[in-house]
Write a protein that binds this ligand. Structure first.
Ligand SMILES: [Zn+2]
Length: 869
C-alpha cells in the first residue's frame, strides 16, 4: 500500500467522483429538514485570494456538517457580475465587458472547484446574464407598480473621473469616490429612487427578530436607519404669508432658538433673502453647490453661513429671529431647515460663536453659569415662560402638546435613512426598463418585452453613459401610443442585483417566472449566511428591504432573509514598512531576524495587515494548495482563528496542519493495512453494548472492556461531544480541530490497537474530519473498506455511557504540601483511599525514610501524611 500522503492526486480523484455522483446538488422532495447555507457571491475579478478561501471554506464546513447531520442542504454559488471594473477594462484595454466578465467567471469557477467546495453548480446565477437581469428588471417594475420606485431631480454625488453618480455610501469620509478616488462633486440630475424609507420602521424593529446576527451589525444598521423622535414646528416668516418648517429632537429648547437656518437648495431662500443680501447669498449658494455632502457635514469642517436679511417669528416666545443660509444643512434631510439653539447644541454653539449670534440658555443643570460650550444634557427649563421649572424631559412632551394646541407643530418621527438612489449613468448594469413618451410620460416596458437587452458593439470612451449615445437603441415607439419615444438610459445600481439573488437560487433555471413561490418559500429564510463585515450595512439592508417588499407583493412568505449571519474576519499577513518613506517592502527582500530596508538600510516596522498586493504581503492560495494540498489550506484557516476574528497568516502553522494530516494518514493507513491482513477488526459504530459484544464476543454483555479500551472509548466520545459543542451555535472550528488532534494522539498512544474500540476510534476520526478536510477523509474512509462516500454518512453521536469516568483524582500531600495526584477508583472508602495513597510511587518517594504519625483522608479529594520530625 502507498503509505505516502499525496494530497493533489487525492483531491483530483475525489472532486471528480463527487461531481459524477452529484453529491453537492440540492435534494428535492425529501422528508429531511432543510438547511440553506449561503456565502456572499463574489465579484468575478478572475483572481482567487485568501479571503475567498476563508469565506468559502467556512460555508463548506457548515454545509457538509449539516448534510451529515441529516439535513437536506442547499449550498449555491453565483456571480455578482455587473459593475464598473468590467467597464473600466473595456475603456482601458478595449475588451468588451461581457467577454471580460465571462472569462473571469470561468477562471474563478475552476479555482472554486479546485478548493473542493460543495457548491451546487446547477443553481449557479450570473447577474449580468439576460436570464437573470430580465428578472431584476421585472422586480423593478414590481416596485414601480407598488409606488416604491420614482424619479426625482436630486442633488447627487458626481464622480468626475468615472462620470457617474455615487450613492452616499460610495463616498468615503474624505469626500472621495470609493472606486476612482476622485473628489466628489454635487450635481443636480433626474434620478430613479427606491422608497426604502417607507420600510424604515420595519427594518429597524425587525432587527429584534435576528438574535443570531452579530450585535455590531445590528447596531450599524440601526444607526444607519437613525430613528429620531421629536417635533415638527413651524416658524411664520415676517412679512410673508408663509412658514418655515423644522424638525427637532429637542422641542424643550424652543425658547432658546435664536436663528433659523435654511439649506442653500431650500425653495424659500430666494424669497426670504432681502435685496441688499441677494448678491452675497447667490455667490455663497453657488460655492456650496460645488461641495460634496461629506465636505458640508463633516464634524471637523468649519460651518459656513450667510444671513438672508429675512426674519421669522418664534411661535412660542413671539421673538423675531434672523434667517440664515448655511452649508451644513442639507435639503434632502428632514425639512431642509433647522432651528438654531446655540446654548444646547454643539454645532449651533460653534456656528453662533463664529457669527456672533445670541446664545440664550433655557435648560440648566442646577445653577445658571456662563457657557463655554453647549449644554446638551437634560435639566430644568428656564427662560421658557409657563414651562419654567419643568424637567426638560417632560418638557419635550409638554411643548409638543402646546404646539399641537396652538396649531404651530406636532409630534414627529424622523429617520436618517434616505431613499435609495439606484440610477447609474453606466453601461454594465441592468437597463432600467422604462420608456419616456412625450404624450404618456414614463411608461413601463411591457413584461413580454423583457429583458431590455444591453446593446452590443458599444464604444467605450470613459466619458458619460455609452447607452445615451446610441440613438438606435434609445429611440423606440411608445408601447402605449406608438409615438416616437426614448428609452431610459440609466442602468441599475449593482446592489439591486445582489438584493434578491438568494431568492432565485432555489429555482435558478426558471424561464417563466422570477422564481416559483413554493420552491423559494420551501428554502427561505437562509439558515446560515457568511460574508464580510464590509457588507454590514448596504447589502444586508437592501436585501432585507427587498424581502419585505416581495413579501408584501405575495411573492414570498418570510419577513427576514437571513436567519443567522456570520461575518468572517480578515486574512492578515506580516507587512514590512519603512517608517520614514512610508513604503512597504516585500517579505522576500527582508531578513526576518533583522528587518531592514534593502535600499536605505533603515529599520522596518513589522505588523500584521490585511493581505494585499500594494503591501506586498499577499499569499497566493494556489501556491499553498500546490505545496500542501487544499485540505491543509482549509485546516490551517479553520484552526488558526475563530471564524469571526482576523486571522494571521503563519507558514509554520500551515506546516503544522500538514504534519497533522500526515499523522492521520499514517495512523489510518496502518490500521487499514492490518485490517486487510485479517488481523484488525472491521469498522464499527454503535453503543457500548455493540462494542462490547464485538470486543469480547465470548463474554456476552458483561462490562468487560479492558481499562485501555475504556480509556480510548472515553477519548473517542469526548471528542465527539466536544466537536459537537464547538460546532453547534458559534462554529468554533479552531477548537474542534484541537479536539481532533487530541483524538488522533489518543489513537496513536492506544494500547488496544487490535480491539474494535480502536476501529471505532479510526472511524470517528475520519467522520469528524470529513467536513474540514473532505478529500483526505473520503480517501481514508475508502481505504478502511467503505464503498460509499464519507460525506453521505451520519455524523457521530456521543455515547453518554462512554463518558462516565469511574476514577477520581486523589491529591497526595505530605505535611499539608501537595506532592502530586494519583488516579483511584471512584467508589473507594477511607481505608481504601489511604491504602492506594500509601502504595503509590508518589507517596513512597516522598515518605522514604520518614515515620508516618498520622494520615488525614478527605474522601473524594486528598490524603495528607503527617510525618515525624
Ligand atoms: Zn405614449
Amino acid at each position: 500500500m502507498d503509505s505516502k500522503y499525496n494530497p493533489q492526486s487525492i483531491e483530483e480523484k475525489w472532486q471528480q467522483i463527487w461531481a459524477e455522483q452529484n453529491l453537492d446538488q440540492m435534494p428535492e422532495d425529501t422528508e429531511k429538514p432543510k438547511f440553506y447555507a449561503l456565502s456572499m457571491f463574489p465579484y468575478p475579478s478572475g483572481n482567487l485570494h485568501m479571503g475567498h478561501v476563508r469565506n468559502y471554506t467556512i460555508i463548506d464546513v457548515i454545509a457538509r456538517l449539516k448534510r451529515m447531520q441529516g439535513y437536506r442542504v442547499l449550498n449555491p454559488m453565483g456571480w455578482d457580475a455587473f459593475g464598473l471594473p468590467a467597464e473600466n477594462a473595456a475603456i482601458e484595454r478595449g475588451i468588451p465587458p461581457a467577454k471580460w466578465t465571462y472569462e473571469n467567471i470561468a477562471q474563478m469557477k475552476g479555482l472554486f472547484q479546485r478548493l473542493g467546495i460543495s457548491f451546487d453548480w446547477t443553481k449557479e446565477v450570473t447577474t449580468c446574464s439576460p436570464d437573470y437581469y430580465r428578472w431584476t428588471q421585472w422586480l423593478f417594475l414590481q416596485f414601480l407598480e407598488a409606488g416604491l420606485a420614482y424619479q426625482k431631480e436630486a442633488a447627487v454625488n458626481w464622480d468626475p473621473i468615472d462620470q457617474t453618480v455615487l450613492a452616499n455610501e460610495q463616498v468615503d469620509n474624505e469626500g472621495r469616490s470609493w472606486r476612482s478616488g476622485a473628489k466628489v462633486e454635487r450635481k443636480l440630475l433626474r434620478q430613479w429612487f427606491l422608497k426604502i424609507t417607507d420600510y424604515a420602521e420595519q427594518l429597524l424593529n425587525d432587527l429584534d427578530k435576528l438574535p443570531n446576527w452579530p450585535e455590531r451589525v445590528k447596531l450599524m444598521q440601526a444607526n444607519w436607519i437613525g430613528k429620531s423622535v421629536g417635533a415638527y414646528l413651524e416658524f411664520p416668516i415676517v412679512g410673508m404669508d408663509e412658514k418655515i418648517a423644522v424638525f427637532t429632537t429637542r422641542p424643550d429648547t424652543v425658547y432658546g432658538v435664536s436663528y433659523l437656518v435654511l439649506a442653500p437648495e431650500h425653495p424659500l431662500t430666494a424669497r426670504v433673502t432681502t435685496e441688499d443680501q441677494k448678491a452675497a447669498a447667490d455667490t455663497f449658494i453657488k460655492e456650496v453647490a460645488l461641495q460634496s455632502e461629506i465636505d458640508r457635514t463633516a464634524e471637523d469642517k468649519p460651518k459656513r453661513g450667510i444671513p438672508t436679511g429675512g426674519k421669522a417669528i418664534n411661535p412660542f416666545s413671539g421673538e423675531e429671529i434672523p434667517i440664515w443660509i448655511a452649508d451644513y444643512v442639507l435639503y434632502e434631510y428632514g425639512t431642509g431647515a433647522v432651528m438654531g439653539v446655540p446654548a444646547h447644541d454643539t454645532r449651533d454653539f460653534k456656528f453662533a460663536t463664529e457669527y456672533q449670534l445670541p446664545i440664550k440658555i433655557v435648560i440648566v443643570d442646577d445653577d445658571e453659569t456662563p457657557l463655554t460650550e453647549a449644554y446638551t444634557e437634560p435639566g430644568i427649563m428656564i427662560n421658557s415662560e409657563s414651562f419654567n421649572g419643568m424637567d426638560s424631559i417632560k418638557g419635550k412632551a409638554a411643548i409638543i402638546q402646546a404646539a399641537e394646541n396652538s396649531g404651530c407643530g406636532k409630534a414627529r418621527v424622523q429617520y436618517r435613512l434616505r431613499d435609495w438612489l439606484i440610477s447609474r449613468q453606466r453601461y454594465w448594469g441592468a437597463p432600467i426598463p422604462v420608456i419616456h413618451c412625450p404624450t404618456c410620460g414614463t411608461v413601463p416596458v411591457p413584461q413580454s418585452d423583457l429583458p431590455v437587452l444591453l446593446p452590443e458593439n458599444v464604444e467605450f470612451t470613459g466619458k458619460g453613459s455609452p447607452l445615451a449615445k446610441m440613438a438606435e437603441w434609445v429611440n423606440v415607439a411608445c408601447p402605449n401610443c406608438g409615438t416616437p419615444a426614448q428609452r431610459e438610459t440609466d442602468t441599475m445600481d449593482t446592489f439591486m442585483d445582489s438584493s434578491w439573488y438568494f431568492l432565485r437560487y432555489p429555482d435558478a433555471r426558471n424561464q417563466d417566472q422570477v422564481f416559483d413561490t413554493a420552491k423559494t418559500n420551501d428554502w427561505m429564510p437562509v439558515d446560515q449566511y457568511v460574508g464580510g463585515i464590509e457588507h454590514a450595512i448596504l447589502h444586508l439592508l437592501y436585501s432585507r428591504f427587498f424581502t419585505k417588499v416581495l413579501r408584501d407583493r405575495g411573492l414570498i412568505n418570510c419577513d427576514e432573509p437571513f436567519k443567522r449571519l456570520l461575518t468572517q474576519g480578515m486574512v492578515q499577513a506580516k507587512a514590512y514598512k519603512n517608517p520614514v518613506t512610508g513604503k512597504y517592502v516585500a517579505a522576500s527582500d527582508v531578513d526576518p531576524e533583522n528587518p531592514k530596508d534593502p535600499q536605505t538600510g533603515e529599520a522596518l516596522e513589522v505588523f500584521y495587515e490585511k493581505m494585499s498586493k500594494s503591501k506586498y504581503n499577499g499569499v497566493d492560495p494556489l501556491e499553498v494548495m500546490g505545496k500542501y494540498g487544499v485540505d491543509t489550506a482549509r485546516m490551517f484557516i479553520l484552526f488558526k482563528a475563530p471564524p469571526e476574528k482576523d486571522l494571521e497568516w503563519d507558514d509554520a502553522d500551515v506546516e503544522g496542519q500538514f504534519r497533522f494530516l500526515n499523522r492521520v494518514w499514517r495512523l489510518v493507513t496502518e490500521f487499514a493495512g492490518q485490517a486487510r491482513a485479517g488481523t484488525g477488526a472491521p469498522p464499527l459504530q454503535g453503543g457500548e453494548k455493540d462494542v462490547l459484544s464485538q470486543a469480547h464476543p465470548d463474554q456476552g454483555e458483561k462490562d468487560v472492556l479492558s481499562k485501555a479500551e475504556k480509556d480510548l472509548r472515553r477519548a473517542i466520545h469526548t471528542a465527539i461531544k466536544e466537536v459537537r459543542e464547538d460546532l453547534d451555535g458559534d462554529y468554533q472550528f479552531n477548537t474542534a480541530v484541537s479536539e481532533m488532534m487530541k483524538l488522533n494522539n489518543a489513537l496513536a498512544d492506544a494500547k488496544c490497537k487490535d480491539s474494535p474500540v480502536y476501529a471505532e476510534g479510526i472511524n470517528t476520526l475520519i467522520l469528524l474530519l470529513a467536513p474540514f478536510s473532505p478529500h483526505i477523509a473520503d480517501e481514508l474512509w475508502h481505504l478502511i473498506g467503505n464503498s460509499e462516500s464519507v460525506h453521505v454518512q451520519s455524523w457521530p453521536i456521543a455515547d453518554p455511557s462512554a463518558l462516565i469516568t469511574d476514577e477520581i483524582t486523589l491529591v497526595i500531600q505530605v505535611m499539608g504540601k501537595t506532592r502530586g495526584t494519583i488516579q483511584v477508583p471512584s467508589g473507594a472508602d477511607k481505608a481504601a483511599l489511604e491504602n492506594y495513597a500509601r502504595e503509590s510511587d508518589l507517596a513512597k518517594r516522598h515518605l522514604e525514610g520518614k515515620e508516618v504519625k498520622k494520615v488525614i483522608v478527605v474522601p473524594g479529594k486528598l490524603v495528607n501524611f503527617v510525618v515525624a520530625g
